[in-house]
Design a protein around this ligand. Structure first.
Ligand code: FES
Length: 148
């Protein structure tokens, strides 16, 4: 394959080549990496969060850079507005591999799906029952209330 990219997942050390443009979640599935997904890749559950490890990894033959993943997508921005996405975190179901990358799968946070403010729990409920479009409307309404 000429348009494939090398990806290494940590801490598992699983690695392999996937087609350029593959989502991190799909790459994880192809390589047998345990990356959670409850919402089926709809950017709702937040269970697929990963972090790109920046730097040179001669052991893996990879120069891993932030720009080796696609830009933050609308789905991730919407998720961030509702649930909050820690700095450096990406949603594996949205981030696409453009070049070689080392991807860290953080340990699962206990209760990560049940916390948050009442407003965020309500927003999550809207997202889960009505889908992404309703979720975006909710985010826009939140911004309007906040005068953003
Ligand atoms: S799989 Fe649910 S947010 Fe990515």
């Amino acid at each position: 394959m000429s348009d494939d990219v090398l990806v290494v997942f940590t801490p598992s050390g699983k690695r392999g080549r996937v087609a350029q443009g593959t989502t991190v979640l799909q790459a994880a599935r192809e390589l047998g990496v345990d990356l959670d997904s409850v919402c089926g890749g709809r950017a709702i559950c937040g269970r697929c969060q990963v972090t790109l490890s920046e730097g040179a990894f001669p052991k893996h033959g990879i120069e891993s850079r932030t720009e080796h993943l696609s830009d933050l997508g609308d789905n991730e921005i919407a998720y961030d507005e509702v649930e909050g996405l820690a700095e450096g975190r990406r949603l594996g179901c949205s981030a696409r591999l453009l070049k070689g990358a080392v991807i860290d799968v953080p340990p699962r946070e206990p209760g990560s799906q049940t916390g948050g403010s009442e407003e965020n729990r309500s927003a999550r409920s809207v997202c889960q029952s009505a889908g992404q479009a309703a979720c975006r409307r909710r985010v826009r309404a939140k911004h309007a209330r906040a005068g953003i």
